[in-house]
Design a binder for this molecule. Sequence first.
Ligand code: ZN
Length: 132
Amino acid sequence: MGITYEISVPSSRKEEMIDITGQIRELVKRSGIRDGICVVHAMHTTAGILVNENYDPSLKEDMLDFLSGISKGKWRHDLEDNNASAHLKSLIVGQSQSIPIKSGNLMLGTWQGICIAEFDGPKLRKVSVSIV
Ligand code: ZN
């Protein structure tokens, strides 16, 4: 038994890391599930979900710069849609993260937070949150 929620997250820039840890914690509480797994999944091909440090805001910019550096290139999809690097960044970050739940709390480390990574915004992004 479990429950799946869907949340909408608006992005306001072309590229952005948006912390959604608070919203995910609320859903875990609402689910009433005390011990299990929370799967956070971005329903998109040019966005991703990551778990990393959410304290120093400059790190978010570093992560975006890092991904821009390794996704530079001459890509076929740019002739079609002009957003190949956004797809490649999404490929690297991945669409889902699984976080264990113990005693009703997400088992995140002190510096860990859950972010949706926007690579082709601004858009309204859908994130599914399954708690089982
Ligand atoms: Zn595309």
